[in-house]
Design a protein around this ligand. Sequence first.
Ligand SMILES: Nc1nc2c(ncn2[C@@H]2O[C@H](COP(=O)(O)OP(=O)(O)OP(=O)(O)O)[C@@H](O)[C@H]2O)c(=O)[nH]1
Ligand SMILES: [Mg+2]
Length: 438
Amino acid sequence: MKDKTKATFQALMPVVLMLTSAPEERELEREREIEMRSLLDTAARSPVATLAQHLQKPTPGTYIGSGKVGELAALVKTHVAQQVVFDVRLSPRQQRNLEEEIGCTVLDYDELILDIFARNARTHQAMLAVELARLDYTKSRLRRMWTHLDRQTAGGGSGMGSGGLTGTGEKQIEMDRRQVRKRIQDLKTRLLEIDARKDRAVASRGECFNIALVGYTNAGKSSLMNALTSAGVLAEDRLFATLDTRTARLPLDRFSNVVMSDTVGFIRDLPPTLIASFHATLAEVREADLLLHVVDASSSVMEEQIDAVEAVLKAIGANEVPVVMVFNKIDRVYSKTILLAFRRRYKQAVSVSATNGDGLDLLREIIKTVVAKRVKQVRIRFSVLDGALDSFIRARAHVMSEEYQDDHAVLSIEVDDRALEELQANPKVEVLPQAAAR
Ligand SMILES: Nc1nc2c(ncn2[C@@H]2O[C@H](COP(=O)(O)OP(=O)(O)OP(=O)(O)O)[C@@H](O)[C@H]2O)c(=O)[nH]1
Ligand SMILES: [Mg+2]
C-alpha cells in the first residue's frame, strides 16, 4: 500500500524537546531522539530546540537538575516555544514545579502518547478507551489544569511564580474531581459492555484459526495485513496509524477458516492506563491461536523494540500464545547476514518485505504448518436429509472426499480440535476413525 502524503496543512506547535537518559543508555540516545521527533511530528509539534541531560538518578522535585531547568527556561524564551516535551514520565508534582519555573506547559511522555492516541482514535470504542486513559491521567493533575486557567483569567503571565489558587479555583478542583470520578466510572461500565460483546464475537469465531499481528508501531503490521488479505486497511508512515482492530479472512489453500487481525501498535513504556483502557481492543491478541510478531528489521534498535513488544504482551496476558517472528522491511535492511544471525535466536522466524512481497510465500507455508498441526482427519457419517447439518459441517471442515451410502453421506474431512469436539458432541453425527475405511 502506498504511503499517504498528508494533504492537509497543519500548523505545528513550536516546542523544546528535553531528552533525558541514564549514562549507560548512551547508545540508544540517537534512536530515542529520532523516535521522539517522529512522535512530535505525529502530535503536530515541531521541536525548535533540543536539550539533553544524562542522569544517574532523577531530581525528586523537577526530574532534571536546577541548572538544566534554567537552561530550558532560557531556550523557551529565545525560541518563543509554547511547550516543553519530556521523553520520560513525570510525577504530577515534578510537572507542576517545572511549569512554574519555566513558565509554559510541560508535557511528559505519557501525555504525548495519550495526545497521539486521541488524535488517531476513529471508532467509538477507541475514543472511549482514549478518553478513559486521559481522564485517569488528568485526575491526579487537576490542580495543574486550574493553575493554567487561573493564570489566564488573572491577566496572563503575572501569577506564574506562585502557583497558588484562588478560593474559586480550590472549589472548582473539588467539583471537577467528583465529575472526573463519575465520568471514569461511566466510561469503565461502557467499555466493559463492549469488552463482553467483543469476547462473545471472538468466541463466536471459535471455529476459526485466529492469527493476530502484533509489533512495534510502524513495523508494517497493516502493510502485511494488506499484502496477505484483501482487507485494505490504512497503512502509513506515521506512528499509531492503527488504533482499532480489523479482522479479515486469510486465504490459505485448503485451510478455509483462518482469519487475521491487525491491531494497535506498541511502543516502549506504553502508559499503563492506555494498556488498561485498550483491554477490549486487545482481546484479539489475548485470544489468538497464533501471533505474528512483526519486527522492523531496518531499525537499528530492533532488539529494544522486540523487548518492548514482549513486555506489553506480558502485561496484557498474551505471553503464552505461540509466536512466529516476522522480520519485515528486508528490502531496506543494511546487512542480511546480521539479520540472519539475529533471527536464529528464535524458534520460528521468517524474513519478509510487505512492500515487494519477498518471503510472503514462506510465511504462508509456516502458517499452514502451524494450522495443520491443529487439524485432524476423520470420517463422519450423517443423514443426507439434514441440509442444515450438511452446511454446518462444510462451514467448519475441509472436505477431502465424499461418498453416499443409501440416504447417508460419508465425508472424509479435516477439522481442528474445537470443531471435532462439536461434531463428536452432536448426536446426529457418527464420527468414524480414519482407519475404518469402508
Ligand atoms: N521499505 C519497506 N517499507 C515498509 C514495509 N512494510 C511497511 N513499510 C512502510 O512502513 C510504514 C508503516 O507501515 P504500517 O503498515 O502502517 O505499519 P504499522 O505497523 O501498521 O504501524 P501502526 O499502525 O502505526 O502501528 C509505511 O510507510 C509502510 O509503507 C516493507 O516491507 N518495506
Ligand atoms: Mg497499522
